[in-house]
Design a protein around this ligand. Structure first.
Ligand SMILES: [Zn+2]
Length: 281
């Protein structure tokens, strides 16, 4: 037996934030969720009281002692997602989420891109760089930034949106996995939320340049690319708003900009849906 609840797509606030008020009668036995139910979106949830395990689309997901958890929906997420809590008496509580598909900024080009021939240096260095990124993503920290309203790491003109993609003669290229802010080299970059540094590149990576990655806890992490300078070291705990580095054009970049990517357990999240619209310049 299970109880089931449906959540409509795209809603920004589905149920008042669980921490904002006491739960009403009848609510204890169901999920509460606040966020953006759309591709690239994310939400903060609260498990039903007494939940012993939580699954998102059949994947076991940890939740905090107070029952809260973040959940993200990949850029290419399916139209539905399912939350399932198992209670100590064996009952399960399910919530079916409708995930709104989005229109991405696609540019169609009639020619294949002229990929530069990978250099011997690229071939030699890239595997170790990818291994560093992969091992950083595996780090789980006790950071609590996932609970906070995120701030923009820098304020500037958005030059490339999350999810943008080029189609070359019908062949889709990789989509843009973060958001780009056009800013001069040296512009300070601040932590968008509390976190722990899981990667601070000691030398520029071939593509990402000076790469800084923060874990915000519960599977949510940020990556900042192309930095001219990194001001923190791997293992450092950083607070929201703390200076962590500066904008640059290191790695593969046509000009100085900040690329900010967000990921939740492998799902690519749109920073615009987490940090909100860019404040007026
Ligand atoms: Zn970018």
């Amino acid at each position: 037996m299970f109880s089931r609840r449906r959540f409509a797509a795209g809603c920004v606030a589905l149920i008042a934030a669980p921490t904002a008020r006491a739960r009403g009668a009848g609510e204890t036995d169901s999920f509460a969720l606040v966020g953006s139910l759309e591709q690239g979106g994310w939400a903060l949830g609260q498990v039903p009281v007494g939940t012993s395990s939580l699954r998102v689309d059949d994947r076991l997901i940890p939740f905090a002692a107070d029952g809260r958890f973040p959940v993200g929906f990949d850029r290419d997420a399916a139209r539905g997602a399912r939350l399932e809590a198992v209670l100590p008496d064996g009952r399960s509580v399910r919530a079916d989420l409708a995930i709104m598909p989005r229109q991405w900024n696609l540019s169609r080009l009639n020619r294949l891109p002229k990929y530069p021939v990978p250099s011997a240096e690229f071939a030699a260095r890239r595997p170790a760089e990818l291994a560093q990124i992969a091992s950083a993503r595996e780090k789980q920290t006790a950071a609590q930034g996932w609970r906070q309203p995120f701030r923009w790491p820098a304020i500037g003109r958005i030059s490339t949106l999350f999810g943008a993609q080029r189609i070359y003669s019908g062949e889709p290229g990789a989509y843009h996995s973060g958001i780009d802010l056009a800013l001069p080299t040296g512009t300070p970059v601040h932590a968008p939320a509390d976190g722990v540094v899981i990667l601070a590149a000691e030398a520029p990576f071939m593509l990402e340049g000076n790469l800084l990655m923060l874990d915000h806890g519960m599977g949510l992490s940020s990556a900042f690319l192309h930095l001219s300078r990194i001001d923190v070291r791997t293992g450092d705990a950083v607070s929201q708003g703390q200076l962590i580095g500066a904008v640059g054009a290191t790695g593969r970049a046509t000009g100085p900009h900040l690329h900010w990517g967000l990921m939740w357990r492998g799902a690519r999240i749109d920073p615009l849906l987490v940090a909100g619209s860019m404040p007026r310049l």
